[in-house]
Ligand binder design. Structure first.
Ligand code: NAD
Ligand code: UD1
Length: 348
């Protein structure tokens, strides 16, 4: 079977491509490399070669998802070599909350415009299975209880709005083209860590916004100290609480979701993808220090605008439907993420 992975060179995409290849799928990647490097996919290939798993093909195309002609070329090429694309995992998009507030049109174009283009081309090539990268950010608010999929959606920034509206668009396809579309919206919580080889990992451009790459850069001496955003949140120790999930568990969740859609017919699912366990900033810091025998300089600063106290997944739907369980601990996430940083001090 062949799968098109948009944004496959990125952080989550590269780990998922690896898992797809190891699970026996041929993979076609379309990526503009606006926020990534082709080197991530070269490394994916080299891990597959070392693993000596049955070899599948990885085809890489450079291009923007808003360009219909390159998408058509990929579907056509796949048909010509008898590898018709059976489904799409759609990661490509922009993900900085801060940038989305400054440039909302760019975000609607890059995230929503590109998805409309993708869906048009998929339809014309009779491909109607899609797994979409949504985000816990669409809930838009803190919750004392774990977030369930049927909670009200109320994104508070343009990035979150684009994710919510794409979910709605995909639901419209499912409802209005009866009996054809197979859709899964995966609402990720906080993916961190890296593949255990230390060859692929998260490679943000510039100063990281998210806590984990910030932490590894402080540990490496590239940044002076971790600034903890707020110490009076209504959480266990006053620092923000999140649901951190190992990127390889996340990747495996994608392959399981795809297989569920392929084996179970038309439907439209929205599922949380997290461990169901909350961890505060201070707890993460302690586990990182203990796992890697390091000390991280840190200081407390004001709350970050747009932040919330607690975001933790109720992941029972994914577990019961897909038999997916997070296998890797926070300790493992911290070790794997640090190994990636140490082995690749300047990224790819
Ligand atoms: P990433 O930036 O590492 O990967 C996105 C990839 O898409 C990059 O390789 C980038 O070059 C590519 N891309 C962007 N716009 C494109 C376009 N128009 N055409 C072709 N390629 C394009 O991000 P990631 O962390 O791997 O996230 C993947 C997806 O998951 C994104 O849609 C993101 O919004 C979503 N998500 C991420 C997180 C997270 O914490 N990392 C959380 C929730 C949701
Ligand atoms: C952020 C985005 C969210 C997006 C997600 C994944 C905001 C407000 N939210 O979520 O929309 O889906 O990234 O890309 O930007 N923290 C620090 N110091 C730091 C960085 C973070 O204390 O330097 C804290 C935060 O306050 C938070 C926790 O660490 O409590 C996690 O932050 P982060 O990694 O940015 O993820 P989210 O806030 O969940």
């Amino acid at each position: 079977m062949s799968i098109l992975v948009t944004g496959g060179a990125g952080f989550i995409g590269s780990h998922t491509c690896l898992n797809l290849l190891e699970s026996g799928y041929d993979v076609f990647v379309l990526d503009s490399f606006v926020n990534s490097s082709p080197e991530s996919l070269a490394r994916v290939k080299s891990i597959c070669e070392k693993d000596k798993k049955p070899k599948r093909d990885l085809h890489v195309f450079k291009g923007d998802l808003r360009n219909a002609s390159i998408l058509k070329d990929i579907f056509t090429k796949a048909n010509e070599i008898n590898k018709k694309i059976d489904g799409v995992i759609h990661f490509a998009g922009l993900k900085s909350v801060k940038e989305s507030v400054e440039k909302p049109i760019l975000y609607w174009d890059a995230n929503v415009g590109s998805t409309i283009n993708l869906l048009n081309v998929m339809q014309s090539f009779d491909c109607s299975t899609i797994v979409f990268s949504s985000s816990a950010t669409i809930y838009g608010r803190s919750s004392k209880t774990k977030l369930k999929e049927n909670f009200k959606l109320k994104p508070i920034n343009p990035y979150g709005s684009t994710k919510m509206v794409i979910e709605k668009l995909l639901n419209d396809l499912f409802v209005n083209y009866s009996g054809s579309w197979r859709v899964a919206n995966l609402r990720y919580f906080n993916p961190i860590g890296a593949h255990e080889s230390g060859l692929i990992g998260e490679n943000p451009k510039g100063i990281p916004n998210n806590i984990f790459p910030f932490l590894t850069n402080v540990a490496a001496g590239n940044l002076e100290e971790l600034r903890i955003f707020g110490k009076n949140w209504p959480t266990i120790d006053g620092t923000g609480e999140r649901d951190y999930v190992h990127v390889m568990d996340l990747a495996e969740g994608h392959v399981k979701t795809l297989e569920f859609l392929i084996n179970n017919g038309p439907q439209c699912l929205s599922m949380n993808l997290g461990t169901g366990k909350g961890t505060s900033v201070l707890q993460l810091l302690n586990i990182f220090e203990e796992s890697n025998s390091l000390k991280i300089p840190h200081t407390f600063v004001e709350r970050r605008s747009g932040d919330v106290a607690r975001l933790v997944a109720d992941n029972s739907l994914l577990k019961s439907l897909l038999n997916w369980y997070p296998k890797r601990t926070l300790n493992q996430m911290c070790k794997d993420g640090w190994r990636w940083q140490v082995n690749n001090p300047r990224g790819y």
